[in-house]
Design a protein around this ligand. Structure first.
Ligand code: SF4
Length: 207
């Protein structure tokens, strides 16, 4: 079967909304400020956005707090009329989910579970807040499996009844633009994905 071009699906959806003069509500799961920078810039004119910070994977807690504070600063400095909904930090839920998978490399089963758990929460939150769509900033990362993220989003959409906005935010030089915006806003760009296992891996690689 040919690969689905998720960037093109997003472009088609945006054209359709523009043609119909619609600006629907969107719950945008945000993993961090750098990944949110281009994504917000790209989507802000087309959607009423609520950012959803739900990342129990991030460790240690100071790192979690700092990534969240950077996201808040970004929204303020970009002068966006965007609300941020913070999920209660629950690192034990991630530790449970990652049990037995700690030593796996990135893009393996631990990451699939980590992404699926955050997307599920995003779908549920979108339903609770009566949003028209939900999606995640995660597809901007060249290190993440874009196909998996989108397939997972579609499955959760079928369960929660909220439309999933397919995406590949790397398209239109999105990743490059996120680096430029990170420089412009002097954002903290972490050198590991989020969990303690990715931090250990990154430290090993740096050695
Ligand atoms: S490496 Fe990233 S995606 Fe994978 S489990 Fe850790 S935090 Fe989640």
């Amino acid at each position: 079967m040919p690969e689905i071009n998720y960037g093109r699906l997003l472009d088609e959806k945006l054209r359709e909304l523009e043609k119909n003069g619609e600006k629907p509500s969107l719950l945008l799961h945000a993993c961090c400020a750098p990944c949110s920078s281009h994504t917000l810039d790209f989507l802000n004119r087309r959607f009423e956005i609520t950012l959803y910070f739900c990342n129990p994977n991030i460790a240690p807690e100071e790192e979690y707090d700092f990534r969240l504070s950077e996201l808040k600063r970004l929204v303020q400095e970009m002068k966006l009329d965007v609300k941020i909904v913070e999920e209660t930090y629950d690192p034990t839920s991630f530790t449970e989910l990652a049990k037995g998978l700690e030593a796996l490399p990135e893009r393996g089963e631990r990451c699939r579970k980590c992404i699926a758990c955050r997307l599920k929460k995003a779908g549920e939150k979108a339903k609770e807040l009566k949003c028209d769509y939900f999606t995640t900033t995660l597809t901007i990362s060249p290190h993440k499996d874009c196909k998996f993220i989108n397939e997972c989003g579609a499955e959760i959409s079928a369960e929660c009844g909220v439309a999933y906005l397919f995406s590949d935010f790397k398209k239109h030089d999105g990743y490059k633009h996120s680096i430029e915006l990170s420089r412009q806003y002097n954002l903290y760009r972490q050198n590991y994905c989020g969990c303690i296992y990715s931090k250990i891996n990154s430290q090993k690689e740096n050695k």
